[in-house]
Ligand binder design. Structure first.
Ligand code: CAO
Length: 416
């Protein structure tokens, strides 16, 4: 089956997570992604947190599937020459080096645009160009702090908290992929490439936009009625951390189920949707709450929402998280068990849908990874193994017109 991005050649000058997540997605959808790596070491994640000696770490394999690996020292003149050839025939270059690294290498946007005016140059940086922090190097947690996620995550009596979800890294990569695809469609109309830039701070903030909503509401009315601080606690002039409260108009909380005393994940998330109040009361065996003015509306419930959650926990005490959800789903109540990575890894539905896939790898044997979360009616993205360091160097050089002798002579700039 032909894939929509087949024929799009991408120079993948990315490392760690933010950039690789972007190019991996484009590779799944058919793009020819050539990962350019430093000879000898390659992407630093090949070696980070290894679980098998001498085999690429899962950190690398799970972010670089479906790609080719070209080892090339792009600081040496011969390496630059090869890169220039590649640039002339590629559609996109993606990079997430520290600020200024590509310029220092001699490949500024102006130079790249001169070499190939049709090429799209896509970058991830910690902060946007011209930002007062635009010289900073940034990793995931730094971005979560700079983008508003940390100050609004966690509990009010604890410190700012980092989410396990890669809001700074993979999320930024997904934003960049949207930018690249948009620029490719734009190029079809104008014939010109352009520079696409995404900052990790901006991408985190984009996902925290409801918190910016809350900041403005707080400044206008002085309180936020869906936060646990309302109505008994205090609000300052900044959006507080709301624990596990639901972010919209539906109060929710993480509630204990049978076995919580020994199993740290024996919980469900329970949401009280306004129109589901009647089914909730029925599910809990509390029909008297349906028309009681102290419980009937969301506004009336809020002052004693934790008493209501306590009653629900009483109901949950003899039910596992799975049993509870099986009952509540019949009443159309939005809820889910709190799932562990072990449960997700073995979930038959996720295996069947291709969201969790097993990938054979030359050195590791089989590893588990997350497949495409985007599903298509006409295409099923297949996940293939990440490349070994320099696995495709000779193949890529040959495709650029280098002879066997030339390739041999280039030994110094490509040696693994
Ligand atoms: N051949 C020769 N040199 C190469 C090369 C190659 N194939 N590939 C990379 N290099 C060089 C670069 O030219 C650069 O050299 P100089 O600094 O001397 O100019 C160097 O390797 C890479 O520098 P870096 O700043 O990108 O790497 P770092 O490990 O110091 O920092 C990171 C890593 C992630 C903090 C930084 O790249 C960064 O801030 N990136 C932008 C934000 C980002 O994407 N962060 C997400 C990372 S995922 O958590």
């Amino acid at each position: 089956m032909s894939k929509p991005l087949e024929g799009i050649k991408i120079i993948d000058f990315t490392h760690v997570q933010a950039g690789p997540a972007c190019t991996q997605l484009l590779a799944w959808f058919g793009a020819d992604v050539i990962k350019v790596e430093r000879p000898g070491s390659g992407d630093v994640t090949r070696n980070q947190l290894r679980d098998i000696p001498d085999a690429d770490a899962l950190y690398f394999t799970m972010l670089n599937s479906n790609k080719k690996s070209l080892t090339l020292d792009t600081k040496k003149p011969e390496g630059k020459e090869v890169l220039e050839k590649l640039i002339r025939e590629s559609d996109v270059l993606v990079e997430n080096f520290g600020p200024g690294a590509l310029d220092r290498m001699g490949f500024s946007w102006e130079r790249l645009n001169e070499l190939n005016p049709k090429m799209i140059v896509a970058s991830v940086k910690g902060f946007s160009d011209g930002h007062h922090y635009d010289d900073l190097k940034v990793y995931e947690n730094v971005a979560q702090c700079a983008g508003g996620a940390a100050s609004t995550t966690g509990f009010w009596d604890g410190p700012p908290t980092i989410s396990a979800a890669a809001l700074g890294d993979s999320n930024t990569g997904m934003h960049l992929a949207i930018g690249i695809l948009t620029a490719l469609i734009g190029r079809d109309k104008t014939g010109k490439g352009q520079k696409v830039a995404v900052s990790m701070q901006d991408s985190v903030l984009n996902l925290c936009r409801v918190k910016l909503r809350d900041q403005q509401r707080l400044e206008r009315v002085g309180y936020l009625e869906e936060y646990p601080q309302y109505p008994h606690g205090e609000f300052s002039d900044v959006v507080p951390r709301g624990g596990n409260a639901g972010g919209g108009g539906q109060p929710g909380w993480v509630l204990k189920c049978k076995g919580w005393e020994t199993d740290p994940n024996a919980y469900i998330y329970f949401t009280i949707q306004g129109h589901a109040w009647e089914p909730i009361c029925k599910a809990l065996g509390k029909p008297e709450w349906i028309d009681d003015p102290a419980y009937k509306t969301a506004e009336a419930r809020q002052p004693h929402i934790f008493e209501i959650f306590g009653t629900i926990e009483g109901w949950l005490a003899d039910k596992t998280k799975f049993e509870a959800v099986d009952i509540l789903r019949k009443f159309d109540i939005p809820c889910a068990p709190v799932l562990t990575m072990k449960e997700l890894a073995n979930d038959p539905s996720l295996r069947a849908s291709g969201t969790i896939v097993e990938v054979p790898h030359k050195k590791r044997g089989t590893y588990l990874t997350v497949g495409s979360p985007i599903k298509f009616s006409d295409m099923k993205p297949e996940v293939t193994a990440s490349p070994l360091l320099g696995e495709h160097t000779d193949e890529v050089l040959a495709s650029l017109g280098y002879s066997r002798q030339d390739i041999f002579n280039l030994h110094e700039i490509k040696a693994v």
